[in-house]
Design a binder for this molecule. Structure first.
Ligand SMILES: O=C(O)C1=C[C@@H](OP(=O)(O)O)[C@@H](O)[C@H](O)C1
Ligand SMILES: C=C(OP(=O)(O)O)C(=O)O
Length: 444
C-alpha cells in the first residue's frame, strides 16, 4: 500500500457574502458545443467554455477521434469540424472521466460511426446505469455491449446502419433524449423522442443553431437523418447549477447580498429558484437578456429566513442537480421540507439522497430517507466529518452548510469538484466563505 495525497476541505463560519461574481460556463452546453462543433462543417468558436474535467474529457475524446481543438485563450475553444462522417477511429479507450453526460451523449454519436470504440469512466461513472441509452440505441440498430449489470465500459461496434425510432423515454432524462437524437443524425428516416416530463432542451436548441431541422412540440422532439451541421459561435452562459451553491449560501448567511453575473436561466434548469422563493428567499433577476440563444440574467440574492415546504414534484426535473444544495437550504429552514418523486438522485455521481441524509445527520439534522426523496427537519448545524463519495455537488453543498455550522466541518475527498466547478474555493473565499484546502491521507 502506498500513500497518495488526498484533498480535503476544512470549512466553518465565514462572513456575510458580498460583491459580484461570475461562476464558470455551463457544463451541459459546453459538452454539446464540442460535440456538435466536431460534427459540423467549418470552425466552431465556443466562448465561456467550462474548463472542467468533465468537459475537457469530452474535448480530449474528440481529439482522439481526429478533431483539431485549439484553446487560444482561457475558456475559448475552437473546434475544427470534420463533418458528420469525418471522425476517425482509434485503438485507444475513450475516457469520459466522471461525466455521465459525456458518456451517454457520446454513446449516441459513436453508435453511428463506421468504427469500433470503447468508452470508459472513473469509479463513480463505472457504477452508473447505461442501459437507459443502450436500449434505445440498440432498437435503432446499434450494437453496444455494457459491463456487468448494464454499467460502463461501453463497447460500441462499427455501425451497419441505424434506423429512426419513435421512443417514449421511461425516465425524464435529457441525457437519454440527447443520445437518441444524436444517433438520429445518422439514422435513416425520422427519430422521435417523447418525454414523460420536459427536460433541458440544449441538444435540440443547439442542433437548430447548427442548422439541423428539428421539430419540437409539447413533450416531443422530432428530427430526420440526411442533413448537415454548420459551424456556429456558441456563447456559454454561467452554469446555473454552479451558481446554485452561491444562491443558497447568500440566502442562508445573515447579512449577505450577492450578485451572480450572466447566469443561464433556461426554465428547464431553474426549478431551484422557484422552490427557494416558495421557501421565502429574496432572489431578483436583473439585466435579463439572451446570449447566444439562451436566456441569461444577473441574479441578486439577499439573506432571507427560509421555511420548509413540500417541493412540487413538477419541478423535480428542472432542478435535478440542485437537490444536494436544496437539502442544505432545507436544513437551515424552519420546519419540515419534503422531497418526493426524485428517485433519479440515487443514480447520480453518488446516491445523492443517501449521501446528503448521512452527511446532514452527522451535522445534527434530522433527515428521514424515503425511496424517492427525504423529509428534512430544519435545525441547528454542528460540526463533523463528511464523506463526499467522490461527488462534486456533495462536497460543495457541505462547504456551504459549514457556513452555518457551530463547529468545523471536514469534507473528505473533494478532488471531483474540478469536474464541474474549477476555482470554487477561490470564488467562495473571495465572496466571504471560510474554506481551507488541506491534505488528507489516502491508502492506495
Ligand atoms: O443532459 C445533461 O447535460 C444533463 C442531464 C441531467 O442528467 P439526466 O439526463 O440523467 O437526468 C443532469 O443530471 C446532468 O448533470 C446533465
Ligand atoms: C449528474 C451530473 O452530471 P453527469 O450526469 O454528467 O455526471 C451533475 O453534474 O450533477
Amino acid at each position: 500500500m502506498s500513500e497518495a495525497v488526498r484533498q480535503d476541505w476544512l470549512a466553518g463560519k465565514g462572513t456575510a457574502l458580498q460583491g459580484s461574481l461570475r461562476v464558470p460556463g455551463d457544463k451541459s452546453i459546453s459538452h454539446r458545443a464540442v460535440m456538435l462543433g466536431a460534427l459540423a462543417e467549418g470552425i466552431t468558436q465556443i466562448h465561456g467554455f467550462l474548463e472542467g474535467e468533465d468537459t475537457r474529457a469530452t474535448a480530449r475524446i474528440f481529439t482522439q477521434l481526429g478533431v483539431r481543438i485549439d484553446t487560444p485563450a482561457p475558456t475559448v475553444c475552437v473546434v475544427h469540424g470534420v463533418r458528420l462522417h469525418g471522425l476517425r477511429g482509434t485503438d485507444e479507450v475513450l475516457d469520459c472521466g466522471n461525466a455521465g453526460t459525456g458518456m451517454r451523449l457520446l454513446a449516441g454519436v459513436l453508435a453511428g460511426q463506421a468504427f469500433d470504440s470503447v468508452l470508459i469512466g472513473d469509479a463513480s461513472l463505472t457504477k452508473r446505469p447505461m442501459r437507459r441509452v443502450t436500449d434505445p440505441l440498440t432498437a435503432m440498430g446499434a450494437r453496444i455491449d455494457t459491463g456487468e449489470g448494464g454499467t460502463p465500459p461501453l463497447r460500441v461496434q462499427a455501425s451497419t446502419g441505424l434506423q429512426g425510432i419513435d421512443y417514449a423515454l421511461p425516465v425524464a432524462s435529457a441525457q437519454v433524449k440527447s443520445a437518441v437524437l444524436l444517433a438520429g443524425l445518422y439514422a435513416e428516416g425520422e427519430t422521435v423522442v417523447r418525454e414523460p416530463h420536459p427536460t433541458r432542451d440544449y441538444t435540440e436548441r443547439m442542433l437548430a443553431t447548427f442548422g439541423w431541422p428539428v421539430e419540437t412540440g409539447p413533450g416531443v422532439v422530432r428530427l430526420s437523418g440526411g442533413h448537415r451541421l454548420r459551424a456556429a459561435r456558441v456563447d456559454v452562459p454561467a452554469d446555473f447549477s454552479s451558481a446554485a451553491f452561491f444562491i443558497v449560501a447568500a440566502t442562508i448567511i445573515p447579512g449577505s447580498e450577492l450578485r451572480l453575473e450572466a447566469v443561464g436561466i433556461n426554465p428547464r434548469r431553474t426549478g431551484l429558484l422557484q422552490v427557494l422563493r416558495l421557501m421565502g428567499a429574496d432572489i431578483r433577476e436583473a439585466n435579463r437578456r439572451g446570449d447566444g440563444g439562451e436566456p441569461v440574467a444577473d441574479l441578486l440574492v439577499r439573506h432571507a429566513p427560509l421555511h420548509g415546504i413540500e417541493v412540487p414534484s413538477a419541478l423535480v426535473a428542472d432542478m435535478i442537480d440542485e437537490f444536494p444544495i436544496l437539502f442544505v437550504a432545507a436544513a437551515c429552514a424552519s420546519g419540515r421540507t419534503v422531497v418526493r418523486d426524485a428517485a433519479e438522485l440515487r443514480v447520480k455521481e453518488s446516491d445523492r439522497i443517501a449521501t446528503m441524509a448521512t452527511g446532514l445527520r452527522t451535522l445534527g439534522i434530522s433527515v428521514e430517507e424515503t425511496p424517492d426523496g427525504a423529509v428534512i427537519e430544519g435545525g441547528r448545524l454542528g460540526g463533523g466529518s463528511i464523506d463526499t463519495h467522490d461527488d462534486h455537488r456533495i462536497a460543495m453543498s457541505f462547504a456551504v452548510a459549514a457556513q452555518r455550522a457551530s463547529g468545523e466541518v471536514r469534507i473528505n475527498d473533494i478532488a471531483t469538484v474540478a469536474t464541474s466547478f474549477p476555482g470554487f474555493v477561490e470564488l467562495a473565499r473571495a465572496a466571504g466563505m471560510a474554506i481551507d484546502a488541506i491534505a488528507g491521507p489516502r491508502a492506495l
